[in-house]
Ligand binder design. Structure first.
Ligand SMILES: Cc1cc2nc3c(=O)[nH]c(=O)nc-3n(C[C@H](O)[C@H](O)[C@H](O)COP(=O)(O)OP(=O)(O)OC[C@H]3O[C@@H](n4cnc5c(N)ncnc54)[C@H](O)[C@@H]3O)c2cc1C
Length: 403
């Protein structure tokens, strides 16, 4: 297993670092400021975002996440890892490079399973960064960490499908550019357990689609992207909006979540790295009880533990990425499950230490720590709670010793 970076990746890495320094970090505040100046935080996308996107696209730092050579940059997961990590250092970073969730997962899904027509209509504008999308699987009424519980209905009638159900936590649905949802629901409740579900494309302007409310995360609205509760009531879409075919929803979900999960882990490592950097800078410049905070043993221990944990998490991320590239997501499922538990938990620990070392400033919005902590905390739930991934790891471990 070699994790050496090729010359191509090293060059890309330098370019992403330079771009983050020149355009992204300096505009984090401007982005929030523009949002606050608008009539509503949901009415528009700050122009600064579109300006940064245009520059990233012009420089070829665009769609780096997509291994598909026809549609994306053609990088492997291992090659993309250090780049994704850099983007994850900023809450606004991933979108600037058109590498943000859930659009990346949706683009992968369409590239892999979409028809020619679906690709033309939805994938191409998504790849161009012209529109946004959301993924509507989770439902308020059922334990959605077990996707077989999903009750949303997709019923065929002549040459249409009729969709009914309530979804929540559809990330990205608040964005005025969000034009389409990938809805997961049941086409046949009587089929075998993993063949009941299907996925279907639902344009958000279809009659019957109603965004009920936006859900905050510890008080952060994540505007203009946000997380929506959406009602789908007798929504009719043409039959050719189904993705790959009836009964394929579960199989697609497994395919979609593999890369999606590891991308989250890469970004979380970036968020942890930035927090550690902030911590180290802060403690060298402040004195308490006649010496710099950096000279307090406990703070040195926090720094050392943070570095150790980040390195461990990065190595496991790279191993999972390497396996996805070489033996496929299915064979790498235990590594993906393991890193999906490790990455948010270490990011939370490192960010928490950085918050503590900053004193009260750490919980304010003068630094990105509080927002990054809140975001990292959601990733112990989103794309599968820790316990579900641990279940997967334990299952495989036990299977080794079956008599
Ligand atoms: C910020 C954010 C963004 C999200 N974005 C999206 C999105 O874009 N699209 C989408 O469809 N969903 C999204 N989600 C939803 C997310 O994927 C679900 O919340 C997650 O799958 C868990 O489902 P649930 O909330 O129904 O929890 P439940 O299924 O009700 O589970 C509750 C808890 O039970 C425990 N549990 C579950 N199974 C087991 C087990 N086997 N063993 C032990 N304990 C267990 C876990 O602790 C779990 O947290 C998002 C969530 C958040 C917070």
């Amino acid at each position: 297993m070699h994790f050496d970076k090729s010359e191509k990746v090293k060059r890309l890495e330098q370019r992403v670092i330079a771009f983050m320094d020149e355009h992204v970090y300096p505009n984090e505040r401007a982005f929030e400021h523009q949002l606050n100046q608008q009539e509503s935080r949901w009415s528009e996308v700050p122009s600064i975002m579109e300006e940064m996107k245009a520059k990233a696209k012009e420089e070829g730092l665009w769609n780096l996440f997509l291994p598909d050579e026809e549609y994306g940059a053609g990088l492997t997961n291992l090659e993309y890892a250090p780049l994704c990590e850099l983007m994850g250092r900023s809450m606004i970073g991933p979108e600037v490079f058109n590498c943000n969730a859930p659009d990346t997962g949706n683009m992968e899904l369409l590239a892999r399973y979409g028809t020619k027509k679906q690709k033309e209509e939805w994938l191409v504008p998504l790849l161009n960064g012209e529109i946004r999308s959301c993924f509507s699987m989770t439902e308020p009424e059922v334990a959605s960490s077990d996707a077989t519980n999903i009750e949303g209905e997709i019923r065929r009638e002549a040459d249409e499908y009729i969709i009914n159900g309530t979804k929540w936590w559809s990330s990205g649905a608040g964005d005025p550019r969000c034009k389409v949802a990938i809805f997961m629901g049941k086409t046949d409740p009587d089929a075998p357990r993993h063949e009941q579900q299907s996925m279907i494309l639902v344009p958000l302007d279809t009659p019957g689609v109603h965004i009920k409310r936006m859900l905050p995360v510890f008080g952060y609205d994540h505007a203009p992207h946000g997380h929506a509760e959406i009602d789908f009531r007798n929504v009719r879409v043409p039959a050719d909006h189904i993705i790959w075919g009836e009964g394929k929803g579960f199989a697609i979900a497994q395919g979609r979540l593999g890369p999606g999960r590891i991308h989250h882990c890469m970004r979380l490592i970036g968020a942890a790295e930035r927090a550690l950097e902030d911590l180290c800078k802060r403690v060298q410049n402040r004195e308490a009880f006649h010496r710099p905070l950096a000279e307090q043993g406990v703070i040195r221990e926090w720094i050392a533990d943070s570095r150790i944990e980040i390195e461990q998490a990065r190595l496991l991320t790279l191993k999972a990425a390497y396996m996805m590239d070489t033996v496929g997501s299915k064979m790498a499922k235990t590594e993906i499950a393991m890193i999906k538990v490790v990455a948010p938990n270490i990011a939370l620990k490192v960010i928490d230490r950085a918050i503590q070392a900053h004193g009260a400033a750490g919980v304010s919005d003068d630094f990105t720590l509080a927002a990054q902590w809140a975001n990292s905390r959601t990733l112990r739930l989103a794309d599968g709670p820790d316990e579900v991934h641990r279940r997967q790891v334990a299952k495989l471990e036990l299977s080794k010793y079956k008599e």
